[in-house]
Design a protein around this ligand. Structure first.
Ligand SMILES: [Mg+2]
Length: 430
């Protein structure tokens, strides 16, 4: 079967075991050792190096279940250190921007690049150059996948990761390579095909990517898997349906929630946690230059524990939209006071900011409680200091100083190598 060619070229650059690679960056002694990173509260693995995968530790495996294997094999296990990962991610993206402004930062560790215009031979050399430059500038190993569509670039990247002989770069621009790849790749490993779709695909006799590409009844695919399913099929046929998305859309809701490391019983600790989450959420709100008009607070006991249960949410509507941390905390506290009951063992609190709009567009309130120039300036300076000196260098006193009372458990966390002055790597004199 032949299909209409398009001249687009997409590359997907994806960091290898990203969180683990970040941890290794400042610990050269871990270069050969298996490394794993755990989710919030040190629950389960969210990133594993190949050495750890080879030990049979699966993605999402609860740490306590595989602790014996880890101990026996000297696995270096870390709590997630997100401020480190975000910082390194920015460095990777900035390096990629040097190659093209047509870039979509798809997630913290992967980016699509539009490389349309290259010929098929030189593109592989260029991909190797991208790979080597990122590794030299940031120390993070990456793989590059190339295809005529995003789905194919994603697929190529997968092959580059698994196939050692590819040396980290795989191009599916040549028909021969493309066909071989589509014959090997299982349908569930095609980008966008979830668990439910996989079951339905298999019922139609589609087990490999090539069988979806060559499936004759397009209408049936559309009916069973919606328009998206049809687009994925077209992308396998080298017809580009998913364009490069260079703008990061602004969030319509901002949420901040964590489970507590130790249960919370009293309103004081609960207020501190709510204030901290509200500050984090407000910071994100200001980062995208928005204001919000609604704040929701939700608190909950642990449903998996045999204890008296309680969960409740409440909202506050603001008379004027704001991004001022102080106003948001005040509204969150008033809301918390309405729902908090003594006598329960709380496990979790959540803050949600909604009715978000552009800061420049919001309507002036009749009641005169808009953010003044002074308020805006205080917030701007606070954000600036925190960006330069490290997270929470300046914060609102309501967040408290005794986080240990409720903060999530992260006993295995590495230092803040790049965002905390006190935790910089020290090199001792000889
Ligand atoms: Mg990755």
């Amino acid at each position: 079967m032949t299909f209409l060619q398009n001249d687009k070229i997409f590359a997907l650059v994806d960091c290898n075991s990203f969180y683990c690679s970040c941890e290794r960056l400042f610990r050269p002694d871990l270069a050969k050792r298996p490394v794993g990173v755990l989710s919030n509260n040190d629950g389960c693995f969210v990133s594993r190096t190949n050495e750890l995968k080879n030990l049979g530790v699966k993605m999402g495996a609860p740490y306590f279940q595989v602790k014996d294997i880890c101990d026996k094999n000297k696995v270096a296990v870390f709590s997630a250190n997100f401020s480190l990962y975000t910082n390194i991610s920015d460095r990777v993206m900035n390096t990629l921007f040097e190659f093209t402004p047509n870039l979509e930062a798809y997630s913290v560790d992967e980016a699509f690049l539009d490389l349309t215009g290259f010929d098929q031979k030189s593109i592989i050399e260029y991909a190797h150059l991208i790979k080597e430059t990122v590794e030299r500038h940031t120390g993070i190993p990456v793989c590059v996948g190339i295809g005529r569509t995003k789905v194919l670039a994603k697929l190529a990247n997968r092959i580059a990761k698994k196939n050692v002989s590819s040396r980290g770069v795989c191009s599916l621009l040549e028909q021969e390579q493309l066909c071989t790849a589509l014959k090997i790749v299982n349908i569930e490993d095609v980008w966008g095909i979830g668990r439910q779709s996989t079951i339905k695909m298999k019922m139609l006799g589609i087990h490999k990517a090539i069988q979806l590409r060559d499936f004759k009844n397009d209408l049936l695919i559309q009916k069973q898997f919606t328009k998206i399913g049809r687009m994925i099929q077209d992308e396998l046929r080298e017809i580009s349906c998913f364009p490069l998305n260079t703008e990061t859309p602004k969030k319509k809701e901002i949420m901040c929630s964590r489970s507590f490391g130790t249960p919370v019983f009293d309103i004081r600790s609960m207020r501190e946690s709510v204030a901290c989450y509200a500050s984090l959420a407000s910071e994100k709100l200001r980062k995208q230059k928005s204001v919000c008009a609604e704040i929701e607070v939700y608190i909950q006991t642990n449903p998996f524990k045999d204890i008296p249960q309680y969960a409740k949410a409440a909202k506050a509507i603001l008379s004027s939209p704001t991004s001022d941390t102080r106003k948001i905390i005040r509204a969150a506290w008033e809301t918390l006071d309405r729902i908090f009951l003594n006598g329960f063992e709380y496990k979790k609190a959540l803050i949600k900011l909604s009715r978000i709009q552009e800061a420049s567009e919001h309507q002036v309130s009749l009641f005169g409680d808009n953010d003044s120039k002074e308020d805006l300036e205080i917030m701007r300076v606070m954000d600036q200091i925190n960006a330069r000196e490290g997270h929470e260098m300046v914060k609102i006193a309501a967040c408290g100083t005794n986080k240990e009372a409720w903060y999530m458990k992260q006993v295995l966390k590495s230092p803040r190598y790049v965002t905390g002055w006190s935790e910089l790597v020290k090199i001792s004199k000889l």
